[in-house]
Design a protein around this ligand. Structure first.
Ligand code: TXA
Ligand code: MG
Length: 316
């Protein structure tokens, strides 16, 4: 892992790595991000693996312009007004995902919404443009550590690990606080995470409603709206019952299902994480009695995969 001074050449180099599915540490005006191609399931899985996240918290998709954002999410009049007022800047909008959006379901942890933001940092914006794809990027710190506001913080957090492939050094972050996350899908703004853009500033543009605690809250870490399937789910199965679809894992998928999709035939947990939400979507779309899921080892990304499966199974 190298720290490279951000310039035309190093950004080109970083963009090449992004296109190959690698991760890049990159400055934004808020904090440094750990960025990957948002359309690449395996690269996104690698973000969770690298951060050591015990759960698949949904990630923010970064774009270079409002026009680019329209390719991935449905804008409401409220979102339109907020984006015009505060983009580029430390505001993330949670909006309905467009059906044709070329964004990995793992980015949004299987949700039908996407958190999207247009950052105000020349290095990040250039990286998005040169990479030619939207970038998924959480803060570039290992899980449960402090968010990084300098390239050196990113280096300290991940030294010795394979990712990120490089860290672009763009100096210290000016805001130093993560972006404010706002659910802008309705008629008033709901602040899901306070951050670098104040409530007062948002109130100049629109009304702000309080997130309902314990209710339908979609706030970070306590997402009640995580992807819940239509079908019943059975976990850790050792046999398939008549009429069931199978989510398999490993070289020996159980026989006898209506349809069987394998998270990873080779038993690779990063590959399994990359496939998890898109395969659940596929199996949930067919008519079946239930979705049976084979046992996933409780190690590495397996912990996060099992966490999501248990939530999905409990959702009905
Ligand atoms: O300033 C920032 O926002 C930084 C820089 C790198 O852009 N990024 C960042 O990402 O803080 P992260 O992954 O650490 O935080 C993303 C936040 C989480 O609180 C997550 O729960 C929320 O956004 N979030 C993401 N997608 C969501 C969705 N579809 N619905 C609700 N909340 C969402
Ligand atoms: Mg974070």
């Amino acid at each position: 892992m190298n720290i490279l001074l951000a310039n035309h050449e190093s950004i080109e180099q970083a963009a090449l790595l992004i296109r190959k599915g690698r991760l890049v540490g990159v400055p934004t005006e808020t904090v440094y991000g750990l960025a990957a191609d948002a359309g690449n399931d395996v690269a996104v899985a690698q973000i969770y693996e690298t951060k050591g996240r015990p759960q698949f918290n949904p990630l923010i998709v970064h774009v270079a312009s409002l026009e680019q954002a329209r390719e991935y999410v449905e804008f409401t009049p409220l979102a339109e007004a907020l984006a015009k007022a505060f983009w580029p800047g430390p505001l993330t909008l949670v909006l309905p995902r467009r059906k044709e959006a070329a964004v990995s379901y793992l980015v949004s942890a299987g949700l039908d919404t996407i958190a999207i933001r247009c950052p105000d940092h020349p290095v990040m914006r250039k990286l998005i443009e040169v990479s030619g794809c939207p970038l998924a990027a959480p803060s570039a710190n290992p899980s449960n550590r402090i968010s990084p506001t300098r390239a050196q913080h990113v280096y300290e957090g991940f030294k010795g690990s394979r990712e990120p492939a490089v860290i672009l050094d763009g100096g210290p972050c000016l805001v130093g606080l993560e972006s404010t996350v706002v659910d802008a899908s309705g008629s008033s703004a709901v602040i899901l995470r306070p951050g670098g853009l104040s409530r007062e500033a948002i109130q100049v543009v629109c009304s702000v409603a309080d997130a309902k605690l314990g209710g339908d809250i979609k706030s970070p870490g306590m997402l009640a709206k995580h992807y819940s399937p239509r079908h019943k789910m059975r976990l850790n199965v050792v046999d398939v019952k008549p009429g069931e679809a199978l989510l398999a894992f490993g070289p020996d998928p159980l026989p006898g299902s209506l349809l069987s999709l394998n998270l990873s035939a080779s038993g690779d947990l990063v590959e399994a994480a990359a496939n998890l939400f898109s395969m659940l979507h596929q199996l949930d779309a067919i008519e079946c009695e239930a979705i049976a899921v084979m046992e996933i080892p409780q190690s590495g990304l397996g912990v996060a995969i099992n966490d999501r499966l248990v939530r999905a199974a409990a959702a009905l």
